[in-house]
Design a protein around this ligand. Structure first.
Ligand code: 5RP
Length: 220
């Protein structure tokens, strides 16, 4: 069973939670794309939902596959959101944002009454922190924000030739050890010009992880 097959299985399991009438947040990335495809099949079979998407790419994919996509700006709450991750551990702490959509993804996850991560087994780690941690940075404050991130112990690379859907930069941060993720999340959030980061510590309610063709649910 390939990594792609496992992504698809995790996505299909999560999409079974979607019910008629829900407003659903759609994530970004290759695993989220499988969820969009599975949801579109359910919509073709009669499921009636509305969706909001966390990126222009997911908006285009969902719209093209027949899912009704609305503007997240008009929704204070969502029923459910489904998204991928770069790392997740058994506490349901996750690192997201390799696809650069973490700012919108965080807002959508926070608005959702239930937020589900979907991933193949390679993303399940004992403790998060080895993956690069992306931080969305206001271009106006680039050098200042990078220096502040370096003060927190990060080796920082501005993602080359890259601009988020919000028109900002991404600072990819590597930490030798991420000993206290909640403290790190708070410290990054306090940097003026750092608009969002990929640490998801309180948001995740459940995760569907598929490995070797077997899907396991973590969380409630
Ligand atoms: C995008 C994300 C993605 O969900 C995350 O990077 C996982 O992507 P993939 O499913 O392609 O491995 O956070 O900002």
């Amino acid at each position: 069973m390939s990594v792609e097959d496992n992504k698809r299985l995790a996505a299909e399991a999560a999409v079974q939670e979607v019910r008629d009438g829900m407003v659903v947040g759609l994530g970004t990335g290759s695993t989220a794309a499988f969820a969009i495809a599975a949801l579109s099949h359910r919509c073709a079979a009669g499921l009636r939902i509305e969706a909001v998407a966390t990126s222009e790419a997911s908006t285009a994919a969902a719209s093209a596959s027949g899912i009704i996509v609305r503007d997240f700006a008009d929704f204070a709450t969502l029923d459910l959101a489904i998204d991928g991750a770069d790392e997740i551990d058994s506490r349901l702490w996750a690192v997201k944002g390799a696809g650069g959509a973490m700012l919108r993804e965080k807002a959508v996850a926070a608005a959702a009454r239930r937020f589900i991560v979907i991933a193949d087994g390679s993303k399940l780690v004992q403790a998060i922190g080895a993956a690069k941690l992306p931080v969305e940075v206001l271009p106006f404050a680039r050098a200042f924000a990078v220096a502040q991130l370096e003060n927190l112990g990060a080796a920082v690379t501005i993602r080359p030739s890259y601009c988020t859907d919000n028109g900002n930069l991404v600072a990819d941060c590597r930490f030798n050890a991420m000993t206290d993720p909640p403290a790190l999340a708070a410290a990054i959030a306090a940097i003026p010009g750092a608009l969002g980061h990929g640490l998801f510590l309180d948001e995740v309610d459940a995760a569907y992880i598929a490995a070797d063709g077997v899907t396991t649910r973590l969380g409630r």
